[in-house]
Design a protein around this ligand. Structure first.
Ligand SMILES: NC(=O)c1ccc[n+]([C@@H]2O[C@H](COP(=O)([O-])OP(=O)(O)OC[C@H]3O[C@@H](n4cnc5c(N)ncnc54)[C@H](OP(=O)(O)O)[C@@H]3O)[C@@H](O)[C@H]2O)c1
Length: 316
């Protein structure tokens, strides 16, 4: 099979597309013929080695964690899926979904893809929706409460804005000035241009007592103090990266990442199929351009997800 391969840690430009053996599904695993795969910031960090201290990978390394495709083989003990099923999956790190075939687990990180959900939109969902939902859970904002989302226009943020609005929360979303219409189209009640003035000051003009929580998808470590200044005493700063446990003004830091509760991914797939969840696709690349897609990814301003699309199976 053809796969995007990193032969060692290094710059994205060192990636190559080459022939690799088709993996064989073990017990509790499925072999999926990839139709579409999403790009995520973790992919580039794993390739360059930026995360090697916490998440080392072996080489040759095939990046990619999100996939949508068709089951072509099942391992021993798999009962929920059969050959021919369309699926979508988040399979943990590392997964190797930027390849014509990939292994995924027969667990809650894999879901049946509804017929009304095309592979491109299905591939956009796993990491972004599962992480967004975990962060929203951690933020503990009640209906009628206020939530600031920093980094709202990106992969996770584009879903998180919608989830929070669905939960009855008043959402303040940051973006570039030109992103206001996009973010309001996702349901954001208030827009904050993060490049104009300090986000906390702008937030407090809109919510003078401070918001109940901020979910910050952009900053990490001590830099989160700037976002914490937008939060009321007793409120939370939630981040998928990491930072201080406590901030000035009685604000607590909470750090969490992607989780796979039973049925959650399939729930988002159903919502997307029924048009209750918008799936913003910012960029689509054919698999022939996968190397360039990954090189471009960290440099582009993307509203939503970037997807690599594989040639249709019947065309082979
Ligand atoms: N722990 C986990 O399990 C887990 C899981 C998934 C993701 N993550 C992490 O979560 C983060 C977000 O993921 P993602 O997929 O949403 O990334 P993304 O698509 O790259 O989105 C990042 C967003 O942050 C914005 N941004 C960048 N700098 C900013 C700043 N100084 N102030 C305000 N906004 C800024 C970007 O806006 P512009 O386009 O305007 O620059 C973009 O909207 C990444 O760091 C990722 O690695 C962690």
């Amino acid at each position: 099979m053809k796969a995007l391969v990193a032969r060692d840690y290094g710059p994205l430009e060192d990636l190559v597309v080459e022939e690799m053996p088709v993996p064989v599904p073990g017990p509790g695993q499925l072999l999926v013929r990839t139709e579409a795969a999403a790009l995520n910031p973790a992919d580039t960090a794993l390739i360059t080695g930026a995360m090697r201290d916490v998440l080392p990978v072996g080489h040759p390394f095939i990046p990619g964690v999100d996939t949508a495709g068709i089951v072509v083989a099942v391992g021993e003990g798999v009962t929920r899926f059969a050959v021919g099923d369309p699926v979508l999956a988040w399979n943990g790190i590392p997964s190797g979904t930027l390849a014509e075939f990939a292994i995924v687990g027969d667990g809650p990180g894999t879901g049946h893809r509804p017929a009304a959900l095309d592979p491109v939109r299905a591939a956009a969902l796993p990491t972004a929706t599962l992480t967004g939902a975990a962060l929203l859970d951690a933020a503990e904002v009640k209906p009628g409460g206020t939530l600031l989302i920093v980094g709202a226009s990106g992969g996770i943020g584009s879903f998180l804005v919608q989830m929070a609005v669905q939960a009855g929360v008043r959402v303040l979303a940051t973006g570039r000035a030109e992103d206001e219409e996009y973010l309001r189209g996702l349901g954001a009640h208030e827009f904050i241009d993060y490049r104009d003035a300090a986000v906390a000051a702008q937030t407090r003009r809109l919510v003078p007592g401070g918001v109940d929580a901020v979910i910050d998808l952009a900053l990490a470590g001590p830099a989160l103090a700037g976002s914490a200044a937008a939060v009321r005493s007793g409120g939370l700063v939630v981040s998928p990266k990491g930072g201080p446990d406590l901030f000035d003004g009685g604000v607590t830091g909470v750090y969490t990442g992607v989780t796979r509760p039973e049925g959650r991914l399939e729930g988002f797939a159903t919502q997307a199929a029924e048009g209750r969840l918008q799936v913003p696709i910012a960029a689509e690349y054919p698999f022939a351009d996968v190397r360039q897609a990954v090189i471009d990814f960290p440099r582009r301003h993307l509203l939503g997800k970037a997807i690599v699309v594989f040639p249709p199976i019947e065309a082979e």
